[in-house]
Design a binder for this molecule. Sequence first.
Ligand code: HEM
Length: 144
Amino acid sequence: MMKWLLLVHVLGASVWVGGHLILLFTVVPRARKQQSIRPIMEFEESFSPLGLTSLALQVISGVWMALHYVSFSDWFDFSYSHQYYLWIKLSLLAATVAIAIRTKFSLLKQPTDQDLPAVVFHIALVTMLAVGFVVTGISFRYPF
Ligand code: HEM
């Protein structure tokens, strides 16, 4: 079962992290050059359905795998590293969801080109959190 969960998790990570790295390093430079928010809106429109599906799969497969490492009754007793990695993952998730909600329901509600700097800042934040998920995820098997 762990193998299948890990397969789903790594595929989901490829979509979420890969999508945000492409957004930050190829779409954002184009938007800034054009001083237009349009390239980002077009990317968001096509990426969001797959991106949000992969995020949901990350949570389901991630928590399921985490229970393999840390039984629920031990989640609040920080006696070994896996419990720290688990709470780092949950904190990264809370921050990602908070920023995603703010971006989607306020910044991108009726975006103008003036919102470009704020939108780019939020994209950079979510991308850093995404990379944080990967580093923390690898730590479960190869503690830093
Ligand atoms: C967008 C969100 C996430 C991304 C991009 C992500 C990414 C990753 C990656 C790349 C790995 C390493 C896989 C490997 O070692 O081959 C991993 C492992 C892991 N992740 Fe996540 N993760 C995310 C969310 C979560 C969440 C929310 C949890 C649970 C609270 C979680 C729990 C785990 C666990 C337990 C492992 C260790 C699996 C193992 O190696 O046995 N992940 N994650």
